[in-house]
Design a protein around this ligand. Structure first.
Ligand code: FES
Length: 163
């Protein structure tokens, strides 16, 4: 099978590979640099890296799958982490998480169809006395109700996303 590579769009990835002398033993560093500059390692990047390093895409995919910090999809613009640990569960975090899933149209661990909100479960944010605790991007909130979550995320969506 012939795989066509768009030579105009892959230059940033090729420059990264080139900085590492196109050496397969620097694959982890290359993947790190690609994710740092692009936010994730997409199919196009994967093809370009495979071509530059003369290794198979399956080999790269295996490495990406092994290390969970690598992302294959663009991250959500904002990340909402809802604490699901015991103290927060006791004051409604499960219901809050169910509300957030319905509101944003995604399951926990996924992102809204428009890519604006990602939902994650966390197990203690160190804010146990003020549950349900929620972290939106890097800001921590306590006693979050569904109504408050709506207000907090609406305010976030008015701001630029984290880089
Ligand atoms: S249990 Fe939720 S912040 Fe600690």
């Amino acid at each position: 099978m012939v795989v066509l590579i768009d030579k105009t769009d892959d230059q940033p990835i090729r420059r990264i590979c080139s900085r590492h002398e196109n050496r397969p033993d620097t694959l982890l560093e290359i993947l790190h640099d690609v994710q740092h500059t692009q936010g994730f390692i997409g199919d196009g990047a994967l093809r370009t890296i495979a071509d530059a390093l003369n290794i198979s895409r399956a080999e790269i995919h295996g490495v990406i799958s092994f290390y969970h910090d690598y992302r294959r999809e663009a991250p959500a613009r904002h990340v909402v982490k809802i604490c699901r640990a015991e103290a927060c569960q006791a004051v409604g975090s499960e219901a809050l998480a169910a509300y957030a899933e319905a509101k944003y149209g995604c399951v926990t661990g996924g992102k809204s169809p428009d890519g604006q909100i990602g939902l994650k479960a966390v197990y203690c944010l160190g804010n146990c006395a003020l549950g349900p605790a929620v972290m939106i991007d890097d800001e921590l909130y306590g006693r979050v109700t569904p109504e408050r979550l709506d207000g907090l995320t609406a305010a976030r969506l008015m701001k630029p996303g984290p880089s």
